[in-house]
Design a protein around this ligand. Structure first.
Ligand code: SF4
Length: 282
C-alpha cells in the first residue's frame, strides 16, 4: 500500500466513488473527504483549480445508497480495520480530524444536498466520530440562495458543522478573472449572510500573483474593503488565508505565483486589524 502524505490528495486512492482519505496538513490528521462532483464539473473555473480535466457544469445525480455504503465501509476500515497500517500513517496523525465535503466541483450543486448532509452526519454520529471530529463544507458559496442548499446548511448546523466560504478577491472584476464567475458584490454579501445565518461560516481566501491580475494595490484594497463590509453585515469572524499549496491543473498554471510567507503574514495582520481571527495555512 502506498504511504499517504500531506501532499497526497488523490481522490481515487481508496478506490471508492465518493469517499477519499487525505492526511491533511490543514486538519493535522485524517480528513475523510467526500466528493459529489465525480464528473469533475464545477459552476466556476478558478485559475488555480487543482481538479484535472475540469469542465463547466454540475454533478450527476448522487447515489445516496452508494455514498452510505462507502462511508460505512471506510469508517469500519479506519475504526476497526487496518487503514492506518495499510497506508503507513504516522502515529501522531492516526486520528479522524474531520469529514470534509470538498469535491472536484461545487458540492452544493447536487440536488440531494440536504439528504446527503443528513446521511453523512447521522452515520458519523452513529460511529461516534461526531462531535469530536469536525463536519466541514468547503464551498464557493455561489448557490447559498437556493432553498435546497439552505436546507442542507440547517442540517449541517444540527451536526455542529461549518462552512468554509470562498472569497478570493474583493471586486467583481477580480473574481471574474480568478474564479471565472460573474458574482456581484450584493449577491456575494447576501450569500455570505445566508450561510452565516444558517451555520457557522468561515472565509477561505486563496491569494497569489497571476500575470493577468497580480495581488497588489487595488486588489488588496478591494479585498479588505469587502472584508470590512462582511464584518459589519454578518457574524463571520474567521479567515483562512493560503496561497498555492499545490500546482494548478488549469491552462493558466505557469502564470501563477504563490505569495511568500512575508506577504501572507502582512495581509493576515491587515485582516486581523479589521476584527477577524486569521489562520495562515502554508
Ligand atoms: S470552485 Fe473549487 S472546484 Fe470549482 S473551479 Fe474553483 S477551485 Fe475548482
Amino acid at each position: 500500500m502506498p504511504r499517504l502524505t500531506t501532499t497526497d490528495h488523490n481522490r481515487d486512492i481508496a478506490g471508492l466513488t465518493y469517499v477519499y482519505p487525505v492526511i491533511s496538513r490543514r486538519a493535522g490528521g485524517l480528513s475523510i473527504g467526500i466528493n459529489f462532483n465525480i464528473n469533475n464539473a464545477c459552476n466556476w473555473r478558478c485559475v488555480y483549480c487543482q481538479v484535472p480535466d475540469l469542465v463547466r457544469g454540475g454533478p450527476p445525480p448522487l447515489d445516496l445508497a452508494l455514498l452510505h455504503e462507502e462511508l460505512v465501509y471506510f469508517l469500519e476500515y479506519v475504526l476497526k480495520g487496518r487503514f492506518f497500517d495499510d497506508y503507513q500513517v504516522p502515529p501522531e496523525q492516526r486520528e479522524i480530524k474531520d469529514i470534509a465535503i470538498s469535491g472536484n466541483g461545487e458540492p452544493t450543486s447536487i440536488d440531494s444536498f440536504a439528504e446527503a448532509i443528513d446521511s453523512i452526519g447521522t452515520l458519523a454520529r452513529q460511529y461516534g466520530i461526531f462531535p469530536d471530529s469536525h463536519f466541514v463544507l468547503i464551498s464557493n458559496g455561489s448557490l447559498m440562495h437556493q432553498a435546497k442548499v439552505q436546507a442542507g446548511l440547517k442540517g449541517l448546523n444540527r451536526f455542529a458543522g461549518e462552512v468554509w466560504f470562498k472569497v478570493d478577491r474583493g471586486s467583481e472584476q477580480g473574481r471574474e478573472v480568478i474564479n471565472g464567475c460573474r458574482q456581484g458584490q450584493a449577491r456575494l454579501l447576501e450569500n455570505i449572510k445566508t450561510s452565516s445565518d444558517h451555520c457557522l461560516t468561515r472565509l477561505q481566501s486563496c491569494v497569489f500573483d497571476y500575470a493577468a491580475q497580480p495581488w497588489k494595490g487595488e486588489d488588496i484594497a478591494a479585498y479588505l474593503a469587502l472584508l470590512k463590509q462582511i464584518h459589519s453585515q454578518t457574524s463571520v469572524r474567521d479567515v483562512l488565508l493560503y496561497s498555492l499549496a499545490r500546482p494548478s491543473c488549469q491552462p493558466e498554471a505557469d502564470q501563477l505565483q504563490a505569495l511568500d510567507q512575508e506577504r501572507l503574514q502582512a495581509l493576515a495582520e491587515e485582516i486581523k486589524a479589521l476584527g477577524f481571527a486569521v489562520k495562515v495555512s502554508v
